[in-house]
Design a protein around this ligand. Structure first.
Ligand code: PNS
Length: 202
């Protein structure tokens, strides 16, 4: 009897961008189901949106395909969560060479922890390769327009968050030297995301 294939797409998704959405849709061409999983790190998270807010935005975005795409959050090791969800594959997006080193380390570590769980990398879509959650937040916090880069509901939530507020220093781009050490990665936070002890948000 054939069993549905399940892929896990983990990340911070703070917030979800059109780059993430593109990756989910393309993953559905290969796998029956995708679990889009927010890694939650209670107490140590410098995220703009709470996990509940991020989940709600995602559920709105995937309305209509919720039979195949499930938004969820997890604590602890990704590999353990993936096993509980009966996923066979972790999906990660790659935008540039600079993404590779950190992604490679993570894939190797996950492989060591659970050898049967594979990591598949997908190249980001050509119209989304420069989008990151961190840049989106920075641009909005400084009054810039990110329409077309994030889903409409996310755009609305972002403008509500920053309405009348001063730009947050923790959302600003890292200095050039910091970029050299911790380059920005595909569809999420930089390798230095605070919640994972890695620096600025992706
Ligand atoms: O979008 P991000 O922030 O780059 O995603 C990183 C994420 C969530 C995939 C990674 O930090 C993760 O898997 N966290 C869960 C904890 C874990 O399993 N850590 C060991 C990874 S080798």
């Amino acid at each position: 009897m054939a069993t549905d294939t399940v892929a896990i797409y983990p990340g911070s998704f703070d917030p979800i961008t059109n780059g993430h959405v593109d990756l989910v849709k393309r993953t559905l061409r290969v796998f029956d189901n995708v679990v889009v999983a927010i890694a939650s790190n209670p107490g140590k998270d410098g995220s703009l949106f709470s996990v509940a807010e991020r989940l709600q935005m995602m559920r709105e975005v995937f309305k209509g395909i919720e039979g195949r795409v499930r938004a969820d959050s997890f604590e602890g090791l990704l590999v353990d969560y993936a096993e509980r969800k009966r996923a066979t594959v972790i999906i990660r997006g790659l935008r540039a060479i600079s993404d590779f080193e950190y992604e490679f380390q993570m894939a190797m570590m996950n492989h060591r922890l659970k050898p049967k769980l594979e990591t598949f990398f997908m190249m980001t879509g050509e119209s989304e390769f420069y989008i990151s959650s961190r840049l989106v937040k920075e641009v909005v916090s400084l009054g810039g327009d990110v329409s077309g880069l994030v889903p409409a509901n996310v755009l609305k939530k972002l403008s509500q968050k920053f309405k009348g507020g001063a730009p947050r220093a923790d959302l600003m781009a890292p200095t050039a030297s910091a970029v050299g050490r911790n380059s920005e990665r595909a569809h999420g936070e930089t390798p230095g995301h605070k919640s994972k002890g890695r620096g600025a948000q992706r």
